[in-house]
Design a protein around this ligand. Structure first.
Ligand code: SAH
Length: 340
């Protein structure tokens, strides 16, 4: 609930207006896990709150810590038994959490583990928010950046994701800077136009992965619905409306999209755009025989883009030893549960 909704609900219960703000602060500034913690509320009010509302507080059922880079991968169980995963990455510039927006996914990208079992359901705003708060509680760390890049397609759960962003960035709550949020989409074109009108200065990351429609369709079913030209036009509109530079994501798959020719075509496609390319050596999943581009080839790909004036970075692959990529841990956990 937003602060306004909470205030209104409390007023309907016959409480003073400031109670709403008090509870909002407990939830979002102090990440309370129960009404009992809210000791500046009367005992009877706390009891009524318990009867009237459901407070979702997520405790991880599993935490894996990478011995390579300290990345922590979390598995949370939701009240209905679904499990979702989130990641804490520590960088010099601050801590970043990667959240899931859906349990599973129905987008079908070939290299991604999140989608292998399809979509279970959309996550509620509270369930997305609690991934951030639950990680803060477990790790004792403050979070300065959030990327909506875990399992699920955020623009396929549009309303709940927007509500999550507004709650997390509310100045009366945790007040994370909207500029420190990145939303990654496989390219649902109407959703991108809609997002451009929300008045949110968040970064849009677009999963491109190919520079030609035919090749993109091989990797991503959504490309059968929208052409690259349509996706780029939507991204241009997003940039025009928000002034936020677009991040294009390009997962490098050996012998599929990683040649220097591919790099040149990608550069031609993005020429003249104020953008950034994030190269992600594909994190191979066992269900598909995609292989990752090696370091040197990735480096050459990046240099080729730069020669054509396109900014690019190779994303550090974090948490490889802990099922770091989208959907890998959830899937492993679920298959082990079935065996048990
Ligand atoms: N549905 C959204 C966000 C989730 S995926 C989207 O498609 O953008 C976040 C990014 O990781 C996307 O660019 C996705 O294509 C990429 N990705 C997923 N699985 C991957 C893997 N195994 N290796 C490399 N990149 C992967």
């Amino acid at each position: 609930m937003t602060l306004e909704e909470l205030t209104e609900a409390l007023a309907e219960m016959g409480e003073k207006a400031f109670r709403g703000k008090q509870i909002f602060t407990w939830l979002h500034s102090r990440q309370a896990v129960s009404f009992d913690e809210m000791t500046d509320l009367s005992h009877s009010l706390r009891e009524r709150l318990k009867e009237t509302f459901q407070l979702i507080a997520l405790e991880p059922v599993q935490v894996l810590i990478s011995s390579i880079d300290g990345t922590r991968k979390y598995l949370f169980r939701l009240p209905d038994g679904n499990v979702i995963e989130s990641v804490l990455m520590k960088y010099k510039h601050g801590n970043s959490v990667c959240v899931s927006s859906q349990a599973g996914c129905r987008m079908g990208c070939r290299f991604c583990a999140s989608t292998l079992d399809g979509l279970a359901r959309n996550l509620a705003p509270s369930e997305i928010l609690e991934q951030v708060y639950g990680i803060m509680r477990e790790s004792g760390e403050k979070i300065s950046n959030v990327v909506i890049m875990g399992s699920g397609e955020p623009l396929d759960n549009y309303g709940n994701v927007i509500r999550f962003i507004r709650l997390l960035t509310d100045e009366k709550g945790y007040h994370l800077s909207q500029r420190n949020i990145t939303l990654s989409t496989c390219g649902i074109v109407p959703g991108i136009y809609r997002l451009a009108q929300e008045g949110l200065p968040i970064t849009l990351a677009l999963s491109l992965h190919a520079s030609e429609d035919e090749a993109r369709r091989e990797l991503m079913p959504i490309a059968r619905k929208y052409t690259i030209r349509e996706v780029l036009a939507a991204c241009d509109a997003y940039f025009a409306a928000t002034g936020r530079r677009i991040s294009y994501e390009y997962s490098l798959v050996k012998d599929v999209n990683d040649s220097l020719d591919h790099a040149r075509r990608l550069a031609a496609l993005l020429r003249g755009r104020n953008c950034h390319v994030n190269l992600i050596p594909v994190n191979p999943i066992q269900e598909r025989n995609f292989r990752s581009t090696d370091r040197a080839a990735a480096q050459n790909f990046k240099l080729t883009l730069e020669n054509y004036g396109i900014n690019a970075t190779i994303r550090r692959e974090m948490g490889r030893d802990i099922q770091g990529a989208c959907g890998q841990l959830r899937r492993k956990y679920q298959s082990e549960e079935t065996v048990d």
